[in-house]
Write a protein that binds this ligand. Structure first.
Ligand code: ZN
Length: 409
């Protein structure tokens, strides 16, 4: 298994110069190799197999930087290229610009060329000993595979260390299963009626961000004040991203502790945000990152993440009797089954369906919404409250969603 660790690093003045050169060289070689590939394809209708080495005679300054950094560009470009030919929707690899592309490069560990020296230093090829804030130890059974050094637009340097390790945990008996239904607003609703309670950092910070961006647009490009403002905007972005990551870590840890298996639907976020016009909020709430975290955290404990097909009609099926509605609109927040008479919160119904498909895939028996929820809380809600479920709950309400039956049933 692989795991990545990210740390802040503090390069010296000389190291910063060398890093700047390396970022520049990786960008240059990417653009050069991509350009040549395009020209070659235009002429011969074949993919050019070029390597960084062949450019070193013409551009000798390429020899000054870590050759593994350049070799990794070749690999990345190869992947981007073949991804495009496999699925053109992914888009053709783009040229990298100094202004808009990320400053980063990746190098590999060869016989300890990347290793932690002590609590504040790490050894990196060519760069030498680099000061690091090691807020978290890399476990002894983890082997360092590679390191990616980056300079963010906030002006801070980071290192992401990719490790590989043997997962020796034996699989446990999976009994306690939960289904998660993706939710635009709350990240997810689970089959026990809990919500992710997604804190909308981005929304809250957005006003502030918009204001700072307006100020930035008024400043003269390239001026000292403009640069300072640009950093301020970048810092605000980075802050929001960090908060979100923290939240996703906490939430995935809680779920992993509580359950043996988690069932989710595979979603294509990009196409979803495009077709449904949700744009920002889908990308914003970090579902993909959340799923990755769940996956490795569950695996580490011998537990499982079960992914079910995205075309499974989780919202249309009745989780109690299994009959299927022909249509349920986004506006309908309550699932009312005309067949068995159950009324459920829409998302809870979907999450229960997701859980049950997962249970079936794991060879476990199916639990219906009624047995699950009514035995758990044993609370019945009258018709008025049931209708209330369709309305917006107060934002601070953390009550679990309830399953209810039509009165007289
Ligand atoms: Zn039903």
């Amino acid at each position: 298994m692989n795991k990545a660790y990210k740390y802040s690093v503090y390069p010296s003045k000389e190291q910063q110069v060398l890093l700047g050169k390396t970022f520049g060289c990786t960008r240059f070689i990417w653009n050069k190799m991509l350009g040549d590939k395009i020209n070659f394809y235009g002429e011969f209708k074949k993919t050019l197999k070029n390597t960084p080495a062949r450019y070193k005679t013409e551009f000798p300054w390429l020899k000054e930087v870590d050759s593994l950094a350049l070799a990794n560009v070749q690999l990345q470009l190869g992947t981007a290229y073949s991804n495009f030919f496999r699925d053109p929707k992914i888009g053709f690899p783009k040229f990298k610009s100094k202004r808009f592309s990320k400053n980063s490069y990746t190098t590999n560990n060869q016989n300890g060329s990347i290793r932690v020296l002590d609590s504040s230093r790490i050894k990196i090829p060519i760069l030498g000993s680099l000061r690091i804030k090691l807020h978290r130890q890399i476990p002894d059974n983890h082997q360092i595979k590679s390191a990616t050094i980056s300079l963010e637009s906030t002006g801070k340097y980071y290192i992401a260390i990719l490790t590989e390790y043997e997962n020796n945990t034996t699989p446990i008996v999976l009994a306690n299963v939960v289904g998660l239904d993706f939710s635009m607003k709350e990240l997810y609703v689970d089959s026990d009626g809990n919500e992710g309670n997604y804190p909308r950092f981005y929304r809250n910070a957005q006003k502030k961000l918009a204001k700072e961006q307006r100020i930035l647009s008024k400043r003269n490009k390239g001026s000292g004040r403009s640069l300072k403002q640009k950093r301020r905007v970048a810092k605000l972005h980075a802050h929001v991203a960090n908060q979100r990551k923290d939240y996703l870590h906490k939430q995935s840890t809680v779920i992993t502790k509580q359950y043996d298996a988690v069932v989710i639907e595979s979603l294509n976020m990009r196409s979803m945000s495009q077709t449904m016009n949700f744009g920002k909020s889908v990308m914003d709430n970090g579902w993909g990152m959340f799923v990755n975290m769940l996956d490795y955290k569950l695996k580490e404990q011998g537990k499982a993440l079960v992914t079910i097909d995205k075309w499974f009609p989780s919202t249309k099926l009745c989780s109690n009797c299994g009959c299927k509605k022909s249509e349920i609109t986004l506006k309908e927040r309550v699932y009312i089954c005309e067949h068995c008479g159950i009324i459920l919160d829409r998302d809870l119904n979907a999450a229960t369906n997701i859980k049950n498909v997962g249970r079936a895939m794991l060879g476990l028996d199916i639990e219906t919404s009624t047995t699950k929820v009514l035995t758990k809380k044993n609370r019945r809600i009258d018709g008025d409250s049931a209708r209330m479920l369709g309305r917006k709950r107060p934002s601070n309400a953390k009550l679990p969603l309830q399953a209810v039956r039509l009165s007289g049933e």
